[in-house]
Design a protein around this ligand. Structure first.
Ligand SMILES: Cc1cc2nc3c(=O)[nH]c(=O)nc-3n(C[C@H](O)[C@H](O)[C@H](O)COP(=O)(O)O)c2cc1C
Length: 395
């Protein structure tokens, strides 16, 4: 999404200014062109040389160095991100004050604004700062919330600039089309764990990455997203309601509670098919082979498919080998509207990778199944393609 985008980064006078260098590098690594404007206070914290080296272009610091840079830079930019954003710059932006290159460029710019405030917690709580921020948000700006922590002044409170990852996610949100606005998307992700005794469980190799990418992409595109996640090492995506569960039964219950309110349900979790018939309360002896008496777990996809007013329902079928026929049968049997098939043995596909190779199976008018084979892609790109396909078929 950042590939070939031009991002104008504003850097203001906060101790957090050094984080802007990492931000710029990461944006360029993602394929963006970055231009930077520093306020004169920012120059007290980091040098224009560091910023220029990160950008590969001079960092501009004055309205008068390159006449009309306040017109040219905003005209070429797809998004303006101010990180860190001082109380001062928020006040200037909110009140139309144009007394330096950054604040003047803001008034010229017509695209999305992302601000990542950083300041002492008392400053952040001040009614004047709150009012200025509210004005900017009402005008459509995106806020990357500052975090709680020990601030540069040594005090504890909310005012630390967000992580660079969160700022980049804020930029992606600002750039994404909002074609899923109004949709309530329910997504499951990750494996489930079926306890055998207090120390052992049955599970599988799912990392949750595909489901988490789906949640992030849906949120960026304007949906209200609920993610029901089995145990994963992944942080909850920002702006997404994440419900953490452990077993297939817990996932089933969490999904059933929320499916009625969803307009789209995507069941990307690798739900364990079996659970132990009996769950021991103390650790079983290793000689005890009766330990592995198995029962079937509830079928979550089929339960959604059976709902009277079911959401547009998407299932995932991970197979070993190109058994697309099994995915098609699953789609019909479970009344899913779409199926995403992948062969986990294929290079770059399946569990715990950042890429996937999938086939999207959808229904044409008249019920004929249509298969769309996608090439090797990042899981983020696969998630975007799945939502494009959902929008094309959902009606
Ligand atoms: C050591 C130091 C740290 C500062 N940190 C912040 C900060 O994190 N956030 C903030 O809003 N102001 C901070 N200030 C105050 C701003 O630098 C000051 O308001 C300045 O006018 C901001 O100018 P600018 O918005 O044009 O960069 C700090 C000042 C000093 C001396």
């Amino acid at each position: 999404m950042l590939q070939d985008k031009t991002i104008l980064v504003g850097i203001t006078g906060s101790v957090a200014a050094y984080k802007a260098v990492d931000l710029i590098r990461r944006l360029r690594d993602a394929g963006a062109t970055v231009r930077a404007i520093m306020t004169s206070s920012a120059e007290r914290f980091i040098t224009p040389l560091s910023v220029a080296l990160a950008c590969g272009e001079p960092a501009l610091t004055s309205l008068f160095d390159q006449p009309f840079s306040h017109i040219d830079l905003p005209a070429k930019a797809d998004v303006l991100v101010v990180a860190p954003a001082t109380a001062n710059i928020l006040g200037k932006f909110a009140n139309g004050i144009a007394d330096d290159l950054l604040s003047t460029s803001y008034l010229v710019f017509r695209g999305p604004l992302v601000v990542a405030p950083a300041m002492n917690w008392r400053m952040y709580e001040h009614p004047a700062v709150k009012k200025n921020l509210a004005t900017l948000l009402a005008q459509g700006a995106s806020l990357v919330d500052p975090q709680r922590g020990t601030l540069a002044c040594g005090e504890e409170g909310v005012g630390k600039m967000a992580d660079v990852d969160a700022v980049i996610e804020g930029i992606r949100i600002a750039l994404a089309p909002k074609d899923l606005a109004g949709e309530r998307v329910l997504i499951t992700a990750g494996p489930t764990r079926e306890p055998i005794d207090p120390v052992r469980f049955l599970s599988n190799r799912s990392s949750g990455k595909m489901g988490y990418e789906l949640a992030r992409v849906a949120r960026r595109r304007g949906a209200h997203v609920t993610l029901i996640s089995g145990p994963t090492a992944l942080p909850s995506p920002s702006g997404v309601t994440t419900v953490r569960v452990e077993t297939a039964l817990e996932m089933y219950t969490a999904v059933k509670e929320r499916a009625g309110g969803a307009t789209i349900a995507i069941m990307a979790a690798a739900v364990a098919d079996f659970c132990a018939s009996e769950q021991r309360t103390v650790k079983a002896e290793k000689q005890d082979m009766s330990l592995l008496q198995l029962d079937r777990t509830p079928d979550i996809l089929a339960a959604i498919g059976a709902l009277e007013n079911k959401p547009f329902t998407v299932g995932f079928a991970a197979e070993t080998g190109f058994r697309i026929d099994r995915a098609e049968r699953k789609m019909v049997d479970k009344r899913a509207d779409m199926m995403v098939f992948n062969d986990v043995l294929q290079e770059g596909s399946g569990f715990d990778t950042d890429t996937n190779v999938v086939t999207i199976i959808s229904r044409e008018d008249g019920g004929v199944l249509r298969k769309e084979h996608l090439p090797l892609m990042s899981k983020e790109a696969v998630a975007s393609a799945i939502f494009d396909s959902i929008l094309a078929h959902k009606g």
